[in-house]
Design a binder for this molecule. Structure first.
Ligand SMILES: [Zn+2]
Length: 416
């Protein structure tokens, strides 16, 4: 699944990066850093590269919060100019996404030097970006190499490591959602990729105590898992193996914070807490008998186009057109198609319960998150109950995807 990305996670990441560049005749680089990542790793990397005679530029991003938005895309584009340079993203998710985006559109190569095991997007091709206020993954390209230095990664704030663990824990949900989408909505699915991502997340929960202490061994397992998950998305040519309904809740909340000019919350922290909620949905699906679900499905009425429009306008003012475009396949479902789907749910109820049974219980998810030092409840992160409820009610509208939350809404299945 590694494609042709060179990956190194271990001791002395910076000297490995230098060796790699020298072996591949890469001599012109531009580091993309912010204040924190410059202090954590960028400065040392800059000194090492200068000592070795590299032609080096620095794109130093300023601001309280670095988010992958137009502002930073333009700054990095201006910094690189029209020169041919390999970008080196020194940072975590956002800096990597900015470098990925700019390198793609300037036809440059890029390398990642992560400063925290906080997110699984390092190896992927997609750059989750906020463009004109809408959070969307722009498909760009994957890095040519990733160099993780265990000393740097272990020294990251524990909340960053806990965020990476939360992002990994979300795979239990995304893998179940992926299977559900394949079963009920004929979405493309790959069992081999699914199994590999599952092994990666299982390994992380086995070593959760070490991850909670950010020991080099724990951070290595976590970083390996995050990289494997990114490679899974790359192999599937879709984020589905690693991003399901739990990520949609997180994306919804992230946009709401951005629109309200409130401080961002680490991606994986929101994903971890959202995963607990969706694990509860799966638990309740598992308890629902075929008979009970048939009774609910029998009275389910399909949402009209007008209802979709009303909901989208209410939840996503300003980005209605983009959200609308994501929902076309669901909105244009004929009555016949709706009834066929209803029958499919009934006919496949045993398999749906099987999918649900593969998701750990919410209590188990909570225990793991606590061991990693992560938050388990979205309200503890500052969201009101109403904001959380809105995320659960509307976030399924954000993507043209099937998942348990979509299933719940399509038939208004009452499980809570
Ligand atoms: Zn994620």
């Amino acid at each position: 699944m590694q494609d042709d990305i060179f990956i190194y996670v271990g001791e002395n990441g910076s000297s490995q990066l230098i060796d790699y560049c020298q072996a591949n005749n890469i001599s012109r680089l531009m580091l993309v850093v912010d204040d924190n990542t410059y202090a954590a790793a960028g400065q040392q990397l800059e000194e090492s590269l200068r000592t070795k005679g590299f032609d080096l530029k620095i794109s130093h991003l300023k601001g309280q919060e670095i988010v992958a938005t137009e502002r930073y895309f333009v700054q990095v584009m201006l910094d690189i100019g029209r020169e041919e340079r390999t970008l080196v993203a020194v940072g975590s998710g956002s800096i990597t996404d900015i470098a990925r985006f700019v390198s793609f559109f300037t036809k440059s190569d890029f390398i990642v030097f992560p400063t925290a095991a906080s997110v699984d997007g390092y190896t992927g091709a997609g750059a989750p970006s906020v463009i004109a206020g809408f959070k969307k993954t722009v498909i760009c390209h994957s890095p040519q190499a990733v160099f993780g230095d265990l000393a740097v990664l272990s020294a990251a704030p524990q909340e960053m490591t806990a965020s990476g663990f939360g992002d990994m824990l979300g795979k239990y949900i995304s893998l179940a959602d992926w299977r559900l989408g394949a079963l009920l909505w004929n979405e493309p699915y790959d069992e081999t990729i699914s199994r590999r991502v599952r092994v990666a997340v299982d390994r992380c929960v086995e070593r959760v105590a070490e991850i909670g202490q950010a020991s080099p061994e724990g951070v290595q397992v976590l970083m390996d898992g995050l990289i494997e998950s990114g490679l899974g998305m790359l192999a599937a040519k879709s984020s589905q193996p690693a991003s399901g309904s739990e990520h949609q809740i997180s994306h919804h909340l992230e946009m709401k914070l951005l629109w309200a000019n409130k401080p961002a919350i680490l991606h994986g922290v929101k994903v971890g807490a959202s995963s607990v909620i969706i694990a509860r949905y799966y638990e309740q699906f598992r308890r629902l008998s075929r008979q009970a679900v048939m009774e609910q499905l029998a009275v389910a009425v399909q949402s009209s186009r007008e209802q979709y429009i009303r909901e989208i306008e209410k939840a996503y003012p300003g980005i209605e057109a983009q959200v609308f475009a994501e929902q076309v396949s669901f909105m244009s479902l004929s009555e016949q198609g709706f009834n066929a789907l209803r029958q499919k749910v009934v006919d496949n109820w045993a398999e749906i319960q099987d999918i649900a049974a593969a998701v750990p219980s919410p209590q188990q998810m909570i225990d793991w998150l606590q061991q990693a030092g992560g938050e388990t409840d979205l309200t503890a992160l500052g969201f009101t109950s109403q904001e959380v409820q809105e995320a659960l009610d509307y976030s399924h509208l954000l993507r043209n995807r099937f998942n348990i939350n979509k299933l719940r809404h399509l038939f208004r299945i009452n499980i809570v």
